[in-house]
Design a protein around this ligand. Structure first.
Ligand SMILES: Nc1ncnc2c1ncn2[C@@H]1O[C@H](COP(=O)(O)OP(=O)(O)O)[C@@H](O)[C@H]1O
Ligand SMILES: [Mg+2]
Length: 256
């Protein structure tokens, strides 16, 4: 059995039938421990819905979602989440922001502080502990958000278009950083992204979703060696995967 198993998962917002929105339809997939999964699909296909369900933030209508054999229902401690816009509290320093989960979860503050400092080092924010979020660039704020998501040592890291608001150069840099953070932390990562190159560059597998109601169109394995450098994007095998995803999008009418 895989680490995360999703079987026959469907989600309807509101009443089924009467004006309800079927967001996800019969999703089946499995995710291996420690793997990096990228999820791509057109806007509104249910990517965020899927992520919120795996995070335990949202209930589902049908099917089952299990992690380590246990059903996922309700909020959980073993998940860390990063959203598109960094949701750092503007009046708290970077260190205080990163330590927030320790307060919420009632962890030992002394240990949490030491771990926060380690994580800030890992995301290369040494020296910025006592700055306020607005004193950091967008990329640095997202790195702080990643550190915060990892503070309570979750088993999986869920990221919903975390680099969508960043410029292209910063985004490339963040992709390299995230690859390193993932390999150093050993977490299972699920990354939702609009960027096909980003999905391929980072993923062991890419889940390609159909337009709403979202289901899994294909699971594509990315067999590029690691660690990957930006040059990997020029390899024929990279181009072949990008082509395959674009063809799927054309075929399913995912492009407007
Ligand atoms: N709370 C909600 N109530 C009703 N409909 C929702 C809600 N959240 C999302 N939806 C709908 O579900 C579909 C999938 O949304 P979402 O998961 O946000 O898509 P994506 O992240 O892929 O853009 C969309 O049609 C959206 O309008
Ligand atoms: Mg979304």
């Amino acid at each position: 059995m895989s680490y995360i198993e999703i079987k026959g998962l469907s989600k309807t917002f509101g009443e089924r039938g009467a004006g309800g929105v079927l967001a996800l339809s019969d999703i089946n997939c499995s995710i291996e421990k420690g793997s990096f999964v990228s999820v791509v699909g057109p806007s509104g296909c249910g990517k965020s819905t899927l992520m919120r369900i795996v995070a335990g933030l949202l209930d589902y209508s049908e099917g089952s979602v299990t992690m380590d054999g246990q059903p996922i229902r309700g909020t959980r401690r073993d998940v860390g989440v990063v959203f598109q816009s960094s949701i750092l509290l503007p009046w708290r320093t970077i260190l205080e922001n990163v330590m927030l989960p320790a307060e919420v979860l009632g962890l030992d503050m002394k240990k949490a502080r030491a771990r926060a400092m380690d994580l800030l080092h890992m995301v290369r924010l040494d020296g910025f502990e006592h700055k306020l979020p607005r004193q950091l660039s967008g990329g640095m704020q997202q790195r702080a958000s990643i550190a915060r998501a990892l503070l309570h040592d979750p088993k999986i890291l869920l990221m919903d278009e975390p680099f969508g608001a960043l410029d292209a150069m910063t985004r490339e840099q963040m992709n390299l950083e995230l690859q390193r953070i993932w390999s150093e932390s050993g977490k299972t990562v699920i990354l939702i992204t609009h960027s096909i190159p980003e999905a391929i560059f980072l993923g062991d597998v890419v889940f390609v979703m159909t337009p709403r109601p979202g289901s899994l169109e294909r699971v594509i394995r990315v067999d590029l060696p690691r660690p990957r450098g930006m040059d990997a994007m020029g390899l024929p095998s990279f181009a072949a995967v990008a082509h395959e995803i674009r063809e799927l999008f054309n075929h399913t009418g995912s492009f407007d």
